[in-house]
Design a protein around this ligand. Structure first.
Ligand code: SF4
Ligand code: SF4
Length: 290
């Protein structure tokens, strides 16, 4: 089984549109949306949920008012300012600030603080017109996205095994943080999508360095390459120096917006140059994992 993840080092590079197109072109695969903080692949693939599971992770402190003697020790000890003292002398915990460090629970003299698991979101296995999909929704402000990504990857592997599929195609998270690192684990090829701007080049360097650190083979796609040919040349020079293969130059094309509005992958729209270039890039990817 092979695993491919599409990442970009930042949002807004066209990564998800490209993943949807690859999902259209790839055979025998499980599609996986690992951008759990801001998932949007479902908007293009319109999944039907076959299974919906609540995601619980980490813990948060909660004061039991009946037991609390209002001594204020928890407020003194909380380094995150999560304990709120009310005008009437009551204490409560701001769940958005609580880091779940357990200090207040340990030191409360009256054992008045509970420490339940946090309900952070949901994950799904679904059916789409391109095949099975694993995805999730993390509630706003919730953490543990790296853990949820690892869980989704595991579910995708199990689904692939059950259904005899040999590829996991994942839309990764933007940036280089915990969810991206988690999404790279076990990956055979990271497809790095960039755009010809100084920030696009900067973010490409960061995410490429991350892949290099974890020894993940990479392939680069320059999206909207024709919007700034000087920047595209600069990305090409960098990739040549670092030995990162560029497998696609995709032109700026308003058809991408049309595809989004119609909730379609761009390759589902007939006879476009962009679609042709994406198909060529996909053939390059297939060569690299075969
Ligand atoms: S330390 Fe315990 S008893 Fe004291 S205010 Fe906090 S919850 Fe209440
Ligand atoms: S668990 Fe830690 S972060 Fe949360 S309220 Fe208690 S001391 Fe503060």
């Amino acid at each position: 089984m092979h695993e491919i993840v599409i990442i970009s080092g930042k949002g807004g590079t066209g990564k998800t549109s490209l993943t949807a197109a690859f999902a259209h072109l790839a055979r025998n695969k499980v599609i996986c949306d690992l951008d759990v903080d801001a998932p949007d692949l479902h908007l293009l693939l319109d999944p039907h949920h076959d299974r919906e599971v609540e995601f619980w992770a980490g813990n948060e402190a909660r004061i039991v008012e009946d037991k609390c003697q209002q001594c204020g020790l928890c407020k003194e000890m909380c380094r995150y300012g999560a304990v709120i003292e009310h005008d009437d002398g009551r204490f409560s915990i701001d769940s958005l600030r609580c880091e779940g460090c357990h200090v207040c629970v340990t030191f409360c003299p009256d054992e008045a603080i509970n420490f339940p698991e946090k309900h952070c979101g949901q994950w799904f296995t679904s059916t789409t017109r391109f095949g099975p999909m694993v995805h999730a929704r993390l509630f706003p402000g919730e953490e543990n996205s790296g853990r949820l990504v690892a869980l989704l990857k595991q579910q995708a592997r199990e689904l692939a095994e059950q259904q005899g599929l040999d590829l996991i195609l994942s839309d990764g998270a933007p940036g280089i943080g915990c969810p991206v690192i988690s999404s790279l684990s076990g990956t055979h090829l990271a497809v790095l999508v960039t755009e010809p701007t100084p920030s696009g080049r900067h973010d490409l360097k960061r995410v490429a360095a991350l892949c290099e650190h974890f020894r993940i083979p990479t392939a680069v796609i320059v999206n909207k390459f024709d919007l700034n040919l000087a920047e595209t040349a600069s990305i090409e020079t960098y990739c040549r120096e670092k030995n990162y293969p560029i497998i696609g130059h995709l032109p700026h094309d308003p058809v991408i917006t049309e595809a989004m509005v119609r909730k379609r992958a761009v390759t589902e729209i007939q006879d476009t140059e962009l679609g042709t270039r994406i198909k060529e890039a996909w053939l390059e990817i297939e060569k690299r994992i075969s």
